[in-house]
Design a protein around this ligand. Sequence first.
Ligand code: ADP
Length: 538
Amino acid sequence: MQWLSRLPVWGVYLTSFLALDWLSYHWAIEPLAISLWNPQSALSLFLLLRYGLKQWPALFVAALLAELVAREAPVWPAYALLSSALSTLAYSAIAALLMRVGRLDLAFRSMRDLGWLTAVAAVGTLVGAAGSVTLYLGAGAIPPERWLGNVTRNWLADLVGILVLLPLLLRLFADRPRLFKFRPDLERLAQIASIGIVLWIIFGLEVFDVQKRFYPLFVPMVWISMRHGIWGAIIANFLTQVGLVLAMLWSNELASTAIDAQYMMLTLTVTGLLLGMAVTERWQLRKVLSLREVELNQALRFAGAAEMTSALAHELNQPLAAISNYARACQMMVTESALVHPLLAETMAKVVREVERAGESVHRLREFFRFGVLRRERLAMSALLSEVARVLEPHCMRHDVAILFRIGVGLPAVGVDRVQIEIVLHNLLLNAIEALAVSEGSQREVLLEAAVFEEDAGWVEVAVRDFGPGVQADLAEGLFHAFATTKTEGMGLGLAISRSLVEAHGGRLWLDDSARPGARFCFTIPTDENRGSIAEEV
Ligand code: ADP
């Protein structure tokens, strides 16, 4: 039943084909009804390229109807059948070559597409024209000495038709929103008017020598293609071609100069397309380069930040070690004294532990950023998660947030650098708590999940999920880049550093888009059994 859905397409195709054919026939060069250009050929090729080679029967029907109905009296009834079969075959071969061998991109975006289209269409239409004029010769409709001239005219008409109209159809379908963006500013209006003015000078004023009079048409074409790339060239080609046919009809000199006009139109069309495509490709290249520049800048800034982290870590090492020593001394004094508050000993112990933790984090971060060092050990995921949650307890209390755990049963131990993965978890958890702190939502919970990674049992997937406002849409793309932040106090380094640390373990860190409301950050780390398969660092 698929063909039923194609009926409207076939209807539009057949109607436009017959209408264009009728127009061409009524303004054609006798006796073979060869028009200046055959836009119908572009329609046929477009149907095959866009909807598949299986549409070939539509081409046959269109060609046959054109012979029998539009041309009223066929020269020779069998000719109608034969010539329709021949043109269907020629167009199917052109389309097949373009799709299967040339791998034409239907968005028609590159010099490669243009090259393939021009070459295959030139050869295919030449073979088609030679075949159909030979049929005419066989039927005795033309004398042998007119064979070559007629083949040339037929060929040029088909080829120009394809090169002018097919890129327009391809781009219209690939880039439809573009149509609605068109704004007729002064320059564009002047460009369109320039085509009309040049045609008027050529045909109205007749100041040029008949042989050379078409050359001025290159001026608007080059102007438009240089300014608007391939889109401009396609539109300019179309307007020039339609204008030229109308002007020639109006000045009543179709037959006398038709072949000159056809050659000129082919040259003009190809020049415009080449120039337009070169300009478009240059723009695309510039866009890619500027994107690369932004990425490079980000990478350099991140390297700078890493360098700064490492330098800071170096500076902080000493004072942290000193604080740790003083704290230990205080702890000893507190335990020896019987007079102090009972909670003081416990608090001092916490101070010692936190200072030591800070010292270790700073030291390991420095090692990682300077030398890429990873000290892997076998760890239970539950211990890792509860340690980070414990450290952030005061934050949770301040913002009235509860941390819930969901740890898979029988989860294997992981083989990771404890301090580094703690830094990752700390960053994600802190972001989640901060997101809840600014949110009005009633579900004030952060969910810490760990399970065997679905795609590979050698990995554990860890997720930190909150029910806050979620990541801002405009940030999502560069979220993991350094300095991407929405917080006034934020550095935007947490996620970038976390990603480096996870990737150093061979894992991945990502934002799970499907989790709503709130945000869910996930990352993978190797199980302890799997770590042998991952290159050891240090
Ligand atoms: P910082 O926290 O210093 O801004 P991060 O790299 O950790 O740097 O985070 C970058 C940005 O990502 C944050 O400013 C925030 O806008 C967004 N973000 C991170 N985690 C969350 C989350 N759980 N919910 C909403 N937004 C988040």
